[in-house]
Ligand binder design. Structure first.
Ligand SMILES: [Zn+2]
Length: 313
């Protein structure tokens, strides 16, 4: 099978890879993302592809972009963390690299990667929930990537879970990602540390006594090492996550929900509470088949693997 190039473009980094027909990443390349300048981003993506194409016979290119991608999979309508405002990224890139290019939303690409080669390999209906700084989602229904009528569906991080709740970057109050994300985790632990809570002392010590130095990976490390407050804080996020997944399941009825993103790396410390809350809030519980909530298995390569595979179709 021919080789494809997948590129995952985020607000801080661009991760490119050469992917074979089995979903194996043959070579990977990471550069900084010049997120504030649309032309520089295109140049940076093109130079990653050119460098990889210089060493491998690449036939197609798939780009997972952190923004709204239109139904034609050419234009990025809007990106919250990148200076893309209705940009024809496909044409811009094809001019620069002379290979066929497909653009896809990054979370959709990651869901497709997990569906083809990861946690959803054995099912036809998969919901991927990524728990990173925010909450992202991607959906495969009946073996097809679901994009919605305009290409911008599955933005699960912005369903409202708390009326009048915390203000979200999207402008609304009480969005799911204000409660079930890495940012929510950090916010809660920092607040406790700033307030002088004895519970937060272990985590605060790890951060050198500076509440602002408390970051997601540090909380995860503390939890893995057995810190009770870090464990409890992850469980709070897991509980929000499980309740949100129960609501989504009421609508979508997937066979598997894969949980990915940086926070999911703690595994059962997050997923245990997620499953418990899911089980307590799923509508019709006890009288319907139980879906499986699994840890996503491709890590931060899911997006580039999925984008590469989509470019072959
Ligand atoms: Zn929002």
């Amino acid at each position: 099978m021919t080789l494809a190039c997948g590129v995952d473009v985020g607000g801080t980094k661009i991760l490119g890879g050469v992917v074979d027909g089995d979903g194996t990443v043959v070579e990977e390349l990471r550069v900084e993302s010049p997120a504030t300048n649309p032309h520089e981003i295109e140049d940076a993506i093109a130079s990653v592809v050119r460098e990889l194409a210089g060493r491998h016979p690449i036939a197609t290119v798939g780009v997972g972009a952190a923004g709204y991608v239109d139904k034609t999979r050419s234009r990025v309508l809007f990106a919250p963390n990148i200076a893309w405002r209705d940009v024809d990224l496909k044409t811009g890139l094809e001019k620069r690299i002379d290979l066929p290019v497909v653009i896809e939303n990054d979370a959709n690409a990651a869901a497709w990667g997990e569906f083809r080669y990861g946690a959803g390999e054995d099912v036809d209906d998969l919901l991927l929930v990524t728990v990173g700084t925010g909450v992202g989602g991607g959906l495969v229904l009946d073996g097809e990537l679901y994009r919605g009528a305009f290409g911008v569906g599955a933005e699960i991080g912005h369903m409202r879970v708390v009326p009048g709740g915390i203000l979200c970057g999207c402008g609304n109050h009480g969005c799911f990602e204000q409660y079930a994300s890495g940012n929510a985790l950090v916010r809660e632990v920092r607040e406790a540390a700033r307030g002088g809570s004895l519970l937060a002392r272990g985590v605060l010590d790890l951060a050198g006594g500076d509440p602002e130095a408390i970051k997601g990976p540090l909380i995860s490390r503390a939890a893995v090492a057995g810190d009770p407050f870090a464990i409890e804080s992850l469980a709070t996020v897991g509980t929000w996550l499980g309740e949100g997944i129960a609501s989504l399941t009421a609508v979508l009825d997937p066979a598997v929900v894969a949980v990915g993103g940086g926070v999911s790396e703690v595994g059962e410390l997050l997923l245990g509470p997620t499953r418990a809350a899911f089980g307590n809030s799923l509508t019709g519980r006890g009288y319907r088949p139980r879906l499986e909530i699994r840890k996503a298995s491709l890590g931060n390569r899911a997006g580039l693997i999925g984008a590469a595979d989509l470019s072959r179709r």
